[in-house]
Design a protein around this ligand. Structure first.
Ligand code: KIV
Length: 285
């Protein structure tokens, strides 16, 4: 049975650290579920790790629905959060409601996530009122990377830290059930976490958040362009995959793959008839 928002709330009130991991396809979703991940985010990081872009801006609603539907269909238990892509919820409240509804109905997500502070609160309020659970996302908001000029730590000075505290309160007040805090100083994340009564889920926000989220490819060493400081590589799968494929290439080139073990045979009498045909037709070998 799929976990519900009440299960997530119970984990939070019981003081159980919330674990969220991204997944984008059947393989990553099944592995995450088998490892016991209770919350999967079909993040717009798919723009980088699946589509090969430098940021999530090119990801469309159709892309998100496509990946989210796969993750929902191939898992049974995790609570699935569908990320709302760039400009799919910021033009108007109506636009946000229509597009959030598509992620819920067409992909079957358990909730949606939106990036934005106080300015987004009225939209979140309406979407929640309509029956769609919303996870907020403040701090570094990768969809705004063109505005801020890169993936940078946020909330470093007094003014921006105050604004972030303000944003967090507004998102909670609007009815969000959880809040992602991305790339902010750990003491600030701790303050936000202490002030809210909804769970904070950190990425690059230190150890005091109620939960953590990481990108599948980062923790498994599959994204090798660089290692973000906020992540920890629990495996070097990129390296392992490369080595395995090199072996395959060598085996094919040296004709040591496939062997009889990887091949299929056929009945002797069928083969005999085929050989006879070839002799009749004048085949020389
Ligand atoms: O898109 C994503 O994967 C995210 C996480 C990094 C929080 O928003």
């Amino acid at each position: 049975m799929r976990l519900t928002i009440r299960d997530i709330q119970t984990m939070y009130t019981d003081g159980e650290p919330l674990v969220m991991l991204t997944a984008y396809d059947a393989t990553s979703a099944r592995v995450a579920e088998a490892a016991g991940v209770p919350m999967i985010l079909v993040g717009d990081t798919l723009g980088m790790v699946i589509q090969g872009h430098v940021n999530p801006v090119p990801v469309t609603l159709e892309h998100e629905i496509y990946h989210c539907e796969i993750v929902v269909r191939t898992t049974e238990r995790p609570f699935i959060v569908g990320d709302m892509p760039f400009m799919t919820y910021s033009i108007s409240t109506e636009q946000a409601m229509t597009n959030a509804a598509r992620i819920m109905q067409e992909a079957g997500a358990s909730a949606v996530k939106m990036e934005g502070g106080e300015w987004l609160a009225p939209t979140i309020k309406r979407v929640v009122q309509a029956g769609i659970p919303v996870m907020g996302h403040i701090g570094l908001m990768p969809q705004s990377v063109n505005k801020i000029g890169g993936f940078r730590l946020q909330g470093k000075d007094v003014a921006s830290a105050r604004q972030l505290l303000h944003d967090a309160a507004a998102i909670q007040e609007a009815g969000a059930f959880a809040l992602v805090l991305e790339s902010i100083p750990a003491p600030l994340a701790q303050m936000v976490t202490e002030e809210l009564h909804i769970p904070t889920i950190g990425i690059g926000a230190g150890p005091h958040c109620d939960g953590q989220v990481q990108v599948f490819h980062d923790i498994l060493g599959l994204f090798e362009d660089f290692i973000p400081r906020h992540t920890k590589q629990y495996a070097k799968l990129g390296e392992a995959m490369r080595e395995a494929i090199e072996h395959y290439v060598d085996d094919v080139r040296s004709r040591s793959f496939p062997t009889a073990e990887n091949s299929f045979t056929m009945k002797e009498e069928v083969l005999a008839e085929l050989r006879a045909d070839r002799l009749k037709n004048g085949a020389s070998h």
